[in-house]
Design a protein around this ligand. Structure first.
Ligand SMILES: [Zn+2]
Length: 713
């Protein structure tokens, strides 16, 4: 695969709608001009993930992750920049133009891409076996048919069959040019070091591919069809660079839309449970695939809904083992219901033997609140033994304590009091005791964290001991403040300036800042700031070509609209002069439209580019500067008028510039003074110091309000 050419990249970035892209993974609610949802990058119960359609970026105000649509996909799907672009191109049906790979780029083709490719190949190979080989049909497909799985589900879940030959997949893959090392790394094949041989892991098994949330094949599960007790019933892909078992739920890719639509997720245990439920029309079903639930899996569910129904077969041992996992769901703020199937049924057999309506009705009629369910199960066990009853009460109260919502907790407490025949007060006391114990744990953890942090802070201080580092730290906030205006408004017109011939030409924020900094020989001294500034310049350099193209598009657009409007005039009964007047008016409107759209594109061009940068640091900083929550977009002027930041630029930018200059001056003075203190004074040094001090006073006058005095440099 080559690299996507620049123009296509731009087209993809322009087309990708951040709200649509994020919505595929996070359930978003509108709030004002933005959208919010639960952050997919960290564990949280109250939404702090904000998406701004206007700026085309998203950001978590808790963990700080986010960026443009491309960055979101990179981060979320663990893709490279190029992979993420391809993902978006695919989503928006954009044809990809690419240029030839250089040798260096070919080397950079990363491992993950190769693993996904080999998995893709294997999935197609297994599917092909199932439908087009005698063994596949007679053994594999026959098995699925016998289990009542229809063709639609076979396709939907990409079920397959691995031939019962030890190198069938291996040989087919090698013949297609795949490298053996990726077959081994993905776990599709196993290397026997002693015999120096490589063989297929899944041979002679029916295959269930495991898809990531975005539909990439990350792993496989294989079930043997032999009745041999020596052979493991299920074999699964090992963990790899693209597969972490605890962060996947089987069927989530196929179920996610339905989960959002129905506002609920149904949790079962195995592959066949999921497939049969989907076939029965209960398409919001997923499975934890045999493992007990992990926090990662819970977080996956919580991205799409708050409501979970866990289905159990009536096997009591299995239920008790999983009760603890459910406390985790409660702690995560999810609403949990539990459904017990009739004796002898599992979700697979139940879904197979009932119609959609029957399954739906059974769920609606029989799902029980989790705490109630747990109480009933445990009480049945304890019978009349008073000590065991006390244990049960404590156990149930621990679940209640996991619930964050105070009102819900009170309701449960009242109910438990009734069930156990104990007063609400004493239960309340016990609950408080349990919660206090928990709080103590949390507090201890926090203390450990604080201790670790202060060590870090000390290390940081030690590192900054050098005076250069001190100076950088001091300058950082000033550089950032100025940089923020440049990132957000680089191409916006700020003022007029005279060119060489004495004509007045408009000057952009970027030009203004560049000129001013050059005049005073100031540069951004923090490396990240100067890197961002370089990228702003580079991006601004691409603007004229982009602008031309954009104007051409807009003109095409408005030309056809204009033609329509003018054609419509013909149908009206107007005098020739009236028609001429209207035509002129329509033309003027279209021109104004083009100009306005171009202006708007100019305002966003640079920030959008930077917020999509493949450079992590640049992207994060640019995103922070562009949608800093705490930066008001309205500013109050001295005369108490409110204006937008854009309107105030003519004051704000020069001021930020002066403050930076003043801070630089301060650093120079301190440095010089330190040198004088250490080495004694030369006449030149003293003169220089006096000059700088004069400058400082002058600056203080200009800046008016305050003189900057750093604490220590
Ligand atoms: Zn976050």
């Amino acid at each position: 695969m080559g690299r996507i050419d620049q123009e296509t990249v731009r087209h993809i970035l322009d087309t990708a709608n951040i709200v649509e892209v994020v919505s595929d993974f996070v359930s978003l609610k509108r709030r004002g001009a933005n959208y919010i949802g639960l952050c997919p990058f960290h564990n949280e119960r109250t939404p702090s993930f904000s998406v701004s359609p206007a700026r085309g970026i998203c950001k978590c105000f808790s963990c700080g992750k986010g960026g443009s649509a491309v960055n979101f996909i990179m981060e979320h799907e663990q893709m490279s920049f190029q992979e993420a672009l391809r993902y978006l191109a695919h989503k928006y049906n954009i044809e990809i133009q690419e240029h030839e790979l250089t040798d260096e780029e070919r080397q950079m083709e990363n491992e993950r891409e190769s693993l996904f490719a080999v998995n893709d190949f294997a999935m197609a190979h297994f599917e092909e076996n199932l439908s087009s080989t005698p063994d596949g049909r007679d053994i594999g497909l026959a098995y699925f048919r016998e289990r009542g799985i229809n063709d639609e589900m076979v396709r939907r879940f990409h079920l397959g069959y691995a031939l019962d030959k030890s190198t069938a997949l291996h040989d087919a893959a090698i013949a297609k040019g795949f490298e053996e090392k990726y077959l081994v790394k993905s776990g599709l094949c196993i290397r026997n070091e002693e015999r120096h041989s490589v063989y297929d892991r899944f041979k002679g098994r029916v295959i269930y591919p495991v898809h990531s949330i975005s539909g990439k094949v990350v792993a496989f599960g294989g079930r043997t069809l032999r009745n041999d007790k020596q052979v493991a019933k299920y074999v699964n892909s090992p963990e790899s660079e693209i597969y972490s078992k605890s962060n996947q739920l089987y069927g989530l890719f196929q179920a996610k839309r339905s989960i959002v639509e129905r506002g609920k997720c149904i949790l079962v245990e195995g592959y066949m449970d999921v497939i049969s439920m989907h076939q029965a029309g209960i398409s919001n079903t997923v499975a934890s695939s045999g493992t007990s639930l992990t926090e990662g899996q819970i977080r996956l569910i919580h991205r799409f809904t708050e409501n979970v129904t866990v289905i159990y077969d009536s096997d009591a041992a299995g239920i008790k083992a999983s009760l603890r996992g459910i406390d985790m769901l409660l702690a995560e703020g999810l609403n949990i219901k539990v459904l017990l199937l009739p004796d002898g049924d599992d979700p697979d057999s139940f879904a197979q033997s009932h119609s959609t309506a029957e399954v739906e009705k059974y769920i609606a009629d029989n799902e029980t609140d989790f705490i109630r369910f747990k109480t009933a199960i445990l009480l049945k066990d304890a019978a009349d033994d008073p000590i065991r009853r006390a244990d049960v009460i404590n156990d149930v109260l621990r679940s209640v304590a996991a619930i964050d919502d105070l009102v819900k907790r009170q309701v449960y407490l009242a109910e438990c009091a009734r069930n156990f025949g104990v007063s609400e007060e004493s239960l309340g006391l016990q609950l408080a005791r349990i919660k206090a114990g928990k709080a103590e744990d949390v507090e201890k953890k926090a203390m450990r964290q604080r201790a670790a942090q202060s060590l870090e802070a000390q290390a940081e201080k030690a590192e900054r001991a050098g005076s250069e580092a001190n100076a950088l730290a001091f300058l950082y906030s000033y550089e950032l403040r100025l940089l923020r205006y440049v990132v957000k408004y680089a191409l916006c017109e700020l003022c007029d300036a005279e060119d060489e011939d004495g004509n007045l030409v408009p000057m952009s924020v970027l030009d203004f800042v560049t000129t001013e900094m050059q005049r005073d020989a100031i540069e951004f001294r923090n490396p990240i700031c100067s890197r961002v500034m370089d990228m702003i310049r580079e991006s601004a350099g691409q603007w004229p070509a982009y602008r031309e193209e954009r104007i051409r598009q807009l003109k095409d657009e408005s030309a056809s609209r204009m033609a329509e409007a003018i054609a419509a005039l013909r149908n009206e009964d107007l005098s020739v002069s009236a028609i001429n007047a209207r035509e002129a008016q329509i033309k003027a409107e279209c021109e104004a439209f083009v100009a306005q759209e171009t202006d708007m594109a100019a305002e966003d061009f640079v920030s959008r580019t930077l917020c999509s940068s493949p450079d992590d640091e640049v992207r994060v900083l640019a995103t922070n500067l562009t949608i800093d929550k705490y930066q008001l977009s309205k500013v109050h002027t001295k005369h108490n008028k409110v204006e937008s930041e854009r309107e105030g630029l003519i004051r704000l930018v020069p001021r930020a510039l002066s403050e930076l200059k003043s801070a630089v001056l301060e650093v120079e003075i301190r440095t010089l003074q330190a040198r004088l203190d250490a080495n004694g004074s030369s006449a030149d040094d003293l003169r220089e110091l006096m000059r700088l001090n004069e400058l400082r006073k002058e600056f203080a006058r200009c800046l008016g309000e305050r003189t900057i005095t750093p604490h220590k440099i």
